[in-house]
Design a protein around this ligand. Structure first.
Ligand code: MSP
Length: 512
């Protein structure tokens, strides 16, 4: 398939969940952010009109409780920790276009406007709520969401019995439209869609839209003694951000609805696949195109990561030892995206050595060195090897299709097959033998030109995963155009320059 048919300036809007400011940034936050960033960078390379949003979720009881425990006001804690999440983005080389804070006055005003509309449309009523509540999830738990003895299945803490007068959102009236929505591709992958379907099939109950006992939140315009329940305030970030993210410009029309993809972890599926579309319907707003649900990163022993088990992979330690690109690559490569997977420092080290340093790093340095040694750095302008051309023919189409489905690890494997193919090609062609025989100068030209074109092709495709290192590679190849171009379809590389080792050997003693 020609690449042109897969590209074009279509609006594409990708979001991460917004992060609670009551905890420090950890690997789970990095994971979601990196995956969204890979997608945003890829779509930009296809010439799409991309907007990538991330930010912090600052209101609600978990933050208020954490602030109290640290002797701070919620705002002080939010200000302090929002900075840490903001600082995380450049550390991960995330290319987000905006960073929303739910304490932004523009967000708060828009939340009030939308939820007032939900109220005026008749989807809100006052009632008494009684139920089992997890302060860490900021969520009331139904019977089948509870562990033994009224405990939270996620946090393994005791739930509290709460009773209060609240404004309710008539979620139950959206039973039918949600059942219909969940028959579509709205939730991906399919296994997660089934979880959402099963939840709706139990019969939807109305949910609290406001809280009366809490003050740290967005005031309810029709009842100022209440603030909105933090999940509704938080979900609306995806919509409100577009109205003020760009100075003097409202980009809601351009990016909201069909162009929108939400990326989330499986623990927040109910909110994004049930509450969120129902709320949008109640406010007469368009729905996002899809919610893609990824799995959980587990400790190397396959158990939930926890400090007490000593199985936590610290993203900052990985960055320090192997560089940020290695972290990005490892997380996208080692865990099949959408599923749960175990991660460990040994795993990072092994992928780094076998795939980054050996497969890709060696291919790049050998190729460049051979062009320098045998052709003084000038890449021969000759027809490319036909066999290699055939092996690369399906690459762009397969790669883009995997990306379209948010299968970021499958897409990486599609490229890696070609990285391995190029290494095999070096061995088959043995340019060092061809160089000894003047009569085979044409074969050497073809081999070198094909290798460089292969390297350019995979280098450009890998930019979203390895932005820094592939930037260095493409600089050495003097490639200016970094949009996706299939093998043999990009402007040909004319000269190669020097390249430092892309993935230097890590001295184990120094690294430990
Ligand atoms: N504030 C809410 C989201 C509101 S979105 C309108 C929240 N925040 S969070 O900081 O707790 O989590 C943010 C994301 O990190 C979630 O998608 C969650 O799934 C993800 N992860 C947290 N730990 C994780 C792992 N161990 N593995 C993978 N992702 C996990 O939820």
């Amino acid at each position: 398939m020609p690449l042109d048919s897969l590209t074009g300036a279509m609006p594409f809007y990708v979001t991460t969940p917004i992060f609670y400011v009551n905890a420090a940034p950890h690997l789970g936050h990095a994971y979601t952010t990196i995956a969204a960033d890979v997608m945003a960078r890829h779509m930009r390379q296809r010439g799409e009109d991309v907007f990538f949003l991330t930010g912090t979720d600052e209101h609600g009881e978990p933050v208020a409780l954490a602030a109290e425990a640290q002797g701070m006001t919620p705002r002080e804690l939010a200000d302090k920790n929002a900075e840490r999440f903001k600082a995380l983005m450049p550390q991960l080389h995330a290319s987000n276009d905006f960073f929303i804070r739910t304490s932004d006055p523009e967000h708060e005003a828009k939340v009030q406007e939308v939820l007032q509309r939900v109220h005026d449309n008749g989807h809100v009523y006052k009632g008494l709520y009684e139920g089992w509540y997890c302060p860490r999830c900021a969520d009331f738990k139904s019977e089948n969401e509870q562990g033994p003895g009224h405990t939270c299945l996620i946090h393994e803490i005791e739930l509290t019995r709460e009773q209060e007068e609240n404004w309710f959102f008539r979620l139950s009236t959206f039973q039918k439209p949600l059942e219909e929505l969940l028959q579509t591709e709205f939730v991906q992958p399919a296994a997660r869609r089934n979880e959402a379907i099963a939840f709706v099939a139990q019969g939807l109950q109305d949910v609290s839209l406001t809280r009366g006992k809490i003050t740290w939140g967005v005031r309810v315009p029709w009842d100022p003694g209440h603030v909105f329940y933090v999940w509704f305030d938080a979900l609306l970030n995806y919509y409100t951000a577009l109205s003020y993210a760009r100075d003097g410009e409202d980009i809601t029309e351009r990016f909201w609805g069909e162009p929108t993809t939400h990326l989330i972890g499986k623990d927040i599926l109910k909110f994004h696949t049930i509450y969120w579309p129902a709320l949008l319907m109640a406010a007469d707003l368009p729905l996002p195109r899809r919610v893609f649900v990824h799995g959980f990163l587990l400790g190397g022993d396959g158990r939930k990561m926890s400090k007490s088990l000593g199985n936590v992979l610290d993203p900052f330690e990985v960055i320090e030892r192997f560089g940020v690109d290695a972290l990005r690559f490892y997380l996208m490569r080692d865990v099949s995206f959408g599923e749960d997977g175990s991660v460990s420092m040994e795993g990072v080290e092994s992928r780094y050595t076998t795939e980054l340093a050996n497969d890709l790093g060696n291919l790049a340095s050998r190729t460049i060195k051979m062009v320098q040694r045998y052709r003084d750095g000038a890449v021969p302008d000759v027809p490319l090897d036909e066999g290699l051309q055939r092996d690369f023919a399906a690459l762009s189409g397969d790669f883009c299709r995997a990306m379209d489905d948010f299968r970021v690890s499958d897409a990486l494997e599609v490229v890696w097959e070609r990285v391995r193919r190029l290494n095999a090609f070096v061995e088959e062609q043995a340019p060092w033998q061809l160089a000894k025989d003047e009569a085979r100068a044409g074969d050497l030209d073809r081999a070198l030109a094909s290798l460089v074109e292969g390297l350019r092709t995979v280098g450009v495709m890998l930019v979203p995963y390895l932005p820094e290192r592939m930037g260095a590679l493409l600089d050495a190849l003097n490639v200016e155009d970094r949009t996706l171009r299939a093998f043999g379809e990009g402007a040909r590389v004319e000269r190669v320059g020097d390249l430092e080792p892309l993935f230097p050997r890590i001295d184990r003693a120094a690294a430990a």
